[in-house]
Every structure is written in structure tokens, then in C-alpha cells.
Design a protein around this ligand. Structure first.
Ligand SMILES: [Zn+2]
Length: 202
């Protein structure tokens, strides 16, 4: 019986763990890679190999970047008094794509499960607290979405921020956005409108 050669087998096993790929489609993808011109396959390998060395987290906002601070945090034309809090980096990308927000961001690193009893571990509250303690931020805009997890997270963050920094205005994106919506999946116009009509939380 013909066996799958070991290097191919290992690659397929790894690729099968990627979202949207199972063992069969991973094998198909691997076969495609083998049919690519050799230089292309090697370039892909090199990119994968160097990914960890070339990308880091911005020490200001926590986003993925090839520079620290990232291009958004380093941009002197952006306002420093409003801070938009997003769950993950892809929400930041969605906001930036619309090009309507001119303030700063901070990535919280996740959302709370509605009945989470150890919230501090799931969220990067330290980064947020440090940032607010610098004293530049006047308004914190919660752009966490409209899911149950987002609701739980928003009320937790609002309570923490209001308790420690009562002078900071806490707002959230307008709730016209469909229930269950995640920021990263919202279209540009919906995001722009929900930022414009954002609501007071404290
Ligand atoms: Zn940054």
C-alpha cells in the first residue's frame, strides 16, 4: 500500500487545523502548492517562517504591525483625546477601512462570555488602564459589537472605567446596528453611522 510521504503528511496535518480546511481540503491545498513554480512555494515558506520575526504587537494599541508603534499610533495627524476600544484587530481594520475615524485605538484582546467570573484574564484591562491613566483620553468609544458577549463586555468596561476615571466620557456605537452584529463584519456605511450617532454610557 502506498503511504503518504512523511513531509507531506505533516504539512497536511498542520494545514487541516486552519479555519475552513479539513484533512481533504488540506491535502488538495498541499497538492496545489506542489504544482506551483518552485520559487513561489519557497517564497510562501519563507513568508510563513519569517512571520513571527517580522510582525509584532504595537505596544500602544496592541494591534499587529511591522513597526512599533504602529502606523496609526504614530500618525501625528490623529486626535489623541478619543480612544476607540475594539475586541480584536480585525475590528480595527473594519473601522479603518471606512476612513471616518480620526482618533486612537486600543485592542481589548477579546470579549467576555456573558457569565464570565474572571473577566480580567480574558481582557487586556491593564493596557486600557495604563492608557487612560496617561490623561490624554477624554472619550472612550466602545466599538465592541451588538452580541451578548459585547454587551457583557461593554457594561464591565463601562463600570471599571467610570469607577477609576469618572472624568472620561464613555460612549458606544449606536445600537441601530443589527442585533448579533460583529464590528468586523459591518459594512462601512453602517459603521460610519453608528460612530456618528454613538450613545452615552456613563
Ligand atoms: Zn498602535
Amino acid at each position: 500500500m502506498q503511504r503518504i510521504p512523511e513531509p507531506l503528511k505533516e504539512l497536511v496535518e498542520q494545514m487541516a487545523r486552519l479555519p475552513g480546511l479539513g484533512p481533504k481540503s488540506a491535502m488538495r491545498a498541499a497538492m496545489t502548492l506542489l504544482k506551483w513554480p518552485e520559487a513561489e512555494t519557497r517564497r510562501l515558506g519563507r513568508n510563513l517562517y519569517e512571520l513571527r520575526d517580522k510582525l509584532h504587537l504595537c505596544s500602544r494599541c496592541g494591534s499587529l504591525s511591522d513597526s512599533d508603534p504602529c502606523s496609526v499610533c504614530a500618525d501625528p495627524s490623529r486626535g489623541r483625546d478619543s480612544l476607540c476600544l475594539v475586541a480584536e484587530w480585525d475590528s480595527l481594520l473594519a473601522m479603518e477601512e471606512g476612513n471616518f475615524y480620526k482618533g486612537q485605538y486600543l485592542i481589548l484582546g477579546g470579549l467576555l462570555a456573558p457569565l464570565d467570573h474572571s473577566p480580567a484574564e480574558a481582557l487586556d484591562m491593564d493596557r486600557l488602564t495604563r492608557r487612560l491613566a496617561e490623561g490624554e483620553v477624554r472619550e472612550l468609544i466602545l466599538a465592541l459589537g451588538a452580541t451578548a458577549e459585547a454587551e457583557a463586555t461593554a457594561s464591565y468596561v463601562r463600570d471599571e472605567v467610570t469607577r477609576r476615571f469618572p472624568e472620561i466620557r464613555v460612549t458606544r456605537l449606536a445600537q441601530g446596528i443589527p442585533l448579533g452584529a460583529e464590528v468586523k463584519f459591518m459594512d462601512r456605511e453602517t459603521l460610519r453611522q453608528s460612530l456618528r450617532y454613538r450613545q452615552e454610557l456613563n
